[in-house]
Design a protein around this ligand. Structure first.
Ligand SMILES: *[C@@H]1O[C@H](CO)[C@@H](O)[C@H](O)[C@H]1NC(C)=O
Ligand SMILES: *[C@@H]1O[C@H](CO)[C@@H](O)[C@H](O)[C@H]1NC(C)=O
Ligand SMILES: *[C@@H]1O[C@H](CO)[C@@H](O)[C@H](O)[C@H]1NC(C)=O
Ligand SMILES: *[C@@H]1O[C@H](CO)[C@@H](O)[C@H](O)[C@H]1NC(C)=O
Ligand SMILES: *[C@@H]1O[C@H](CO)[C@@H](O)[C@H](O)[C@H]1NC(C)=O
Ligand SMILES: *[C@@H]1O[C@H](CO)[C@@H](O)[C@H](O)[C@H]1NC(C)=O
Ligand SMILES: *[C@@H]1O[C@H](CO)[C@@H](O)[C@H](O)[C@H]1NC(C)=O
Ligand SMILES: *[C@@H]1O[C@H](CO)[C@@H](O)[C@H](O)[C@H]1NC(C)=O
Ligand SMILES: *[C@@H]1O[C@H](CO)[C@@H](O)[C@H](O)[C@H]1NC(C)=O
Ligand SMILES: *[C@@H]1O[C@H](CO)[C@@H](O)[C@H](O)[C@H]1NC(C)=O
Ligand SMILES: *[C@@H]1O[C@H](CO)[C@@H](O)[C@H](O)[C@H]1NC(C)=O
Ligand SMILES: *[C@@H]1O[C@H](CO)[C@@H](O)[C@H](O)[C@H]1NC(C)=O
Length: 451
């Protein structure tokens, strides 16, 4: 009953309502659908290397399997293949949340989360320069819908899922009626495309059939090409746009020990769009990137301060222990960390003023230069206790090995390790500073050295 009340409130005022951990009643959804009006926000703030940055993520495919797909190969031939791009966690949701705000707060699950309003997102950093943003979530029933899912109403198959929606879990978004209604579905994407009122940053999420989650790489890649190829001929969309095609995470969490660390959570990724210089079309970029690089990229391009919500943008581009963990693939810590607000960070544009104001005078939770002695092999801080199937391990003491990244070519050498540490590695991603997607233009390449 509480759920219905909440969603009816949403119909009149989209903001603020926390909905439910289950799918709301259809009647309530229909009522809100009838009255909730999409928000349109379009601007033209010129960037250094591109004027628009869009992402489309598919789901749960290992690098080698995606690289072997003919439609992925076709798309790659039109742009730059990123051969060392990594997911930042497992399962799905921590990856999406990480891409929105620079940390996953220890999240290691697909639960229903409301992230406190004092945690910033990339919307805050884009807002500092009035750069329009939005999301296009396929089959989301109405703009700003906050429910856990919305299934196909004929078959009841998985269709729209909140866990694949990067911004909706943040209270700073859901408490703002305008912001919430910038999160729209594909109907709005094509309306905004036709009306030439697209935002400058957008995240495009296909449904659970098209994103390969409930299907496979062949199906997902066919859908992806069918979505992207017509856009290539649309000069309004394509000119000065940088489009990232990637996957949230690998299908295989626990990579066999025989495989190099570099393959753990490595996802096949492509940069496309009119912003890609002609001489880079068909090339490969072997720089190590992660989902966090997408935030570094917009910071570098538009000279934006970073959300720094929890300061991770400075030196520490990997997961720290956090309150959203169930201690399955991450490490639980009850408190929300205090960001390091004095850092310059990433391309040198510092931390959002709002974050500095919020945390003024407070001592950062971590030494963000070296929060803990660090086990480079498994991207986990030494001395962190974590459990797998009821067995407790402490990184750097047991259950870890030593592997060292070579950031120039992504290869790694490994020594002793265990099955437990493999999943720790997959959870945390690369423990190095994440560069912007830098080979797009000379100016971007120059910025990489600041990161
Ligand atoms: C952005 O530029 C396009 C093309 O010049 C123009 O049609 C459009 O009105 C501009 N939009 C805004 C919000 O200034
Ligand atoms: C690669 O794709 C081809 C079809 O294009 C398929 O026959 C082959 O089995 C795939 N190889 C692997 C290793 O998946
Ligand atoms: C998409 O959102 C619009 C409102 O913006 C709504 O009318 C439409 O029914 C939605 N589409 C789907 C498939 O739910
Ligand atoms: C996902 O979207 C496609 C259209 O792109 C549609 O054919 C399919 O039925 C949708 N999946 C579900 C489960 O509704
Ligand atoms: C609400 O969100 C919009 C879009 O991000 C932003 O322009 C506006 O400043 C926000 N309002 C408040 C009160 O934060
Ligand atoms: C891939 O998924 C589609 C849609 O579910 C299905 O028709 C096809 O048989 C699947 N292919 C393989 C190789 O499983
Ligand atoms: C795009 O344009 C090219 C040539 O200009 C044409 O060959 C191709 O069929 C077009 N693609 C689509 C999807 O319209
Ligand atoms: C941040 O810098 C200011 C001015 O340099 C200094 O007073 C303050 O102690 C610093 N805060 C932290 C947490 O380092
Ligand atoms: C953070 O830790 C590193 C390594 O122990 C140390 O060199 C550095 O001085 C520390 N920074 C601060 C601000 O305490
Ligand atoms: C944990 O337990 C489950 C079920 O017993 C098993 O399938 C899985 O392989 C175990 N995982 C690890 C890392 O030992
Ligand atoms: C790892 O070391 C910690 C601390 O000494 C200990 O409590 C734990 O039981 C050890 N775990 C294993 C699997 O040996
Ligand atoms: C990658 O770097 C490592 C360490 O510097 C080196 O041993 C290896 O030969 C390099 N691999 C390639 C393919 O360049």
């Amino acid at each position: 009953m509480a759920a219905v009340t909440a969603i009816l409130a949403l119909a009149g005022m989209a903001a603020g309502a926390t909905i439910t951990t289950t799918e709301p009643a259809l009647a309530a959804i229909k009522a809100a659908q009838a009255t909730t009006v999409p928000e349109t926000w379009s601007t033209n703030v010129t960037g250094k290397a591109f004027d628009r940055f869009y992402q489309i993520w598919l789901e749960n495919v290992d690098y080698v399997n995606a690289a072997n797909d003919t439609n992925q190969q076709w798309l790659a031939s039109k742009g730059i293949t990123l051969t060392n791009y990594y997911g930042t966690g497992h399962p799905s949701q921590p990856n999406y949340v990480a891409s929105a705000s620079g940390d996953n707060y220890g999240m290691d699950n697909d639960n229903f989360h409301d992230i406190p309003s004092n945690v910033s997102t990339l919307a805050d950093l884009l807002n500092t320069k009035g750069i329009s943003w939005g999301e296009y979530q396929q089959h989301m029933p109405f703009p700003g819908y906050q429910g856990y899912n919305y299934s196909n109403q004929v078959t009841y198959a998985n269709d729209y899922m909140r866990k694949h929606n990067p911004l909706v879990s943040f209270d700073s978004i859901s408490s703002n009626d305008t912001a919430l209604r910038l999160i729209k579905n594909f109907t709005s994407f094509y309306d905004d495309l036709d009306n030439e009122v697209l935002p400058q940053w957008a995240f495009i999420t296909p449904n659970m059939t098209n994103d390969a989650h409930d299907t496979n790489i062949t199906y997902g890649s066919e859908w992806l090409r069918s979505f992207v190829e017509p856009l290539m001929n649309n000069t309004y969309f394509w000119d000065n746009t940088l489009l990232l095609l990637t996957f949230d995470e690998t299908e295989t969490y626990n990579v066999p020990e025989s495989e190099v660390y570099a393959d753990r959570n490595r996802v096949f990724s492509i940069l496309l769009g009119g912003a890609v210089p002609d001489d880079l079309v068909g090339t490969k970029d072997e720089t190590v990137y992660t989902h966090y690089s997408t935030i570094a990229t917009i910071s570098a391009n538009w000279e934006l301060p970073l959300p720094g919500s929890l300061g991770l943008w400075c030196q520490h581009h990997r997961s720290l222990p956090g309150p959203l963990s169930e201690s399955d693939y991450s490490v639980y810590r009850a408190s929300w960390p205090i960001p390091a607000t004095n850092e310059t960070c990433s391309a040198g544009y510092g931390i959002l003023q709002a974050v500095k104001d919020t945390y003024s005078g407070m001592t950062p939770t971590y030494n963000y230069t070296a929060p803990f002695p660090y086990d480079a092999g498994y991207a986990l801080d030494v001395g962190v206790s974590y459990s797998r199937n009821g067995t407790t391990y402490v990184s750097g003491i047991n259950g870890t090995g030593v592997a060292v990244y070579d950031t120039s070519n992504g290869t790694a050498s490994t020594s002793s390790s265990s099955a437990a540490s493999s999943s720790a590695a997959a959870t945390s991603g690369a423990g190095i500073n994440m560069p912007a997607l830098g080979s797009v233009a000379a100016v971007m390449a120059a910025l990489v050295s600041f990161l």
